[in-house]
Design a protein around this ligand. Structure first.
Ligand code: DC
Length: 244
């Protein structure tokens, strides 16, 4: 296979606030690949459940909602545009309420089964960097290269807090830290697809690394396995625009 035709499927898993979103976007940009944020799919389901006022205990109601709704990932140059019943809901997905609800719905087999299909279809053509919690363990166990991006919980909470205050939210660091730890606990302890590194994942601890150092470390790992592949120059997203 020539270097120019190398279409890899790259997974990046890890807890909230580790920098997965920014790193995944930048890595995808360097490789000329698309980027898929799978957390936004769980957030979209959380949005649907909340809007339809379905109880979290009502698995049949949630199943019916998923069957009757349209969750669309429209390909755009760098990634995918997410729509729920033809509505662009991206502006509603980043509240702490939706974060907690997404973590809760993500423990439900009915939701995970539904999204498994969506994610696998999206990844079938490769040339993709996808981030989430179970990308390397469950969704794409045969991914070409897997990373697990982690960082100290205090550092993750501080990063997340800075992002939120960037958008003029009046939340406190304590509240952000508490929510994040609770979400971590839910995501790591759930029975299906818990947040754990795949056995063949490369673990990157970003506690003392900035975003560009993380991207450099990942591109070095990719080159060491697949040889010199074409890389494009990137522009970095300002910290206040990072998502996780
Ligand atoms: O990455 P995020 O914070 O936007 O994800 C929101 C929630 O979705 C997270 O708490 C757990 C869940 N999630 C998951 O269970 N599996 C994934 N692949 C991605 C997210």
């Amino acid at each position: 296979m020539s270097a120019t035709s190398l279409a890899l499927l790259i997974t990046i898993d890890g807890p909230a606030g580790a920098g997965k979103t920014t790193v995944s976007k930048l890595l995808a940009e360097r490789l000329g690949y698309r980027y898929l944020d799978t957390g936004s799919l769980y957030r979209a389901v959380a949005f649907g459940v909340m809007t339809a006022q379905i109880s979290l205990h009502d698995d049949i109601g949630i199943q019916r909602l998923l069957k009757d709704s349209r969750l669309m990932l429209e390909p755009v140059t760098s990634g995918f545009h997410l729509k729920w019943n033809d509505q662009d809901i991206s502006g509603y997905l980043r509240t702490s309420e939706i974060s907690m609800m997404a973590s809760a719905v993500s423990a439900k087999p009915v939701v995970r089964d539904f999204l498994l299909d969506v994610q696998r279809k999206t990844g079938q053509n490769k040339s993709l960097v996808c981030e989430g919690r179970d990308m390397g363990t469950v969704v794409f166990p045969n991914a070409d290269i897997k990373f697990f991006l982690d960082a100290n919980p205090d550092i993750r909470a501080l990063r997340r807090y800075r992002e939120l205050t960037c958008s003029a939210s009046n939340i406190t660091l304590n509240a952000v830290s508490k929510d994040m730890r609770e979400r971590d606990r839910n995501d790591r302890r759930r029975v299906i697809a818990p947040l754990i590194p795949a056995t063949d994942a490369i673990i990157v601890d970003a506690s003392n690394m900035d975003i560009s150092a993380v991207v450099t470390c990942m591109t070095a790992a990719i080159i060491s396995i697949f040889g010199d592949i074409p890389m494009y120059s990137i522009h970095e997203t300002p910290a206040c625009l990072e998502k996780t």
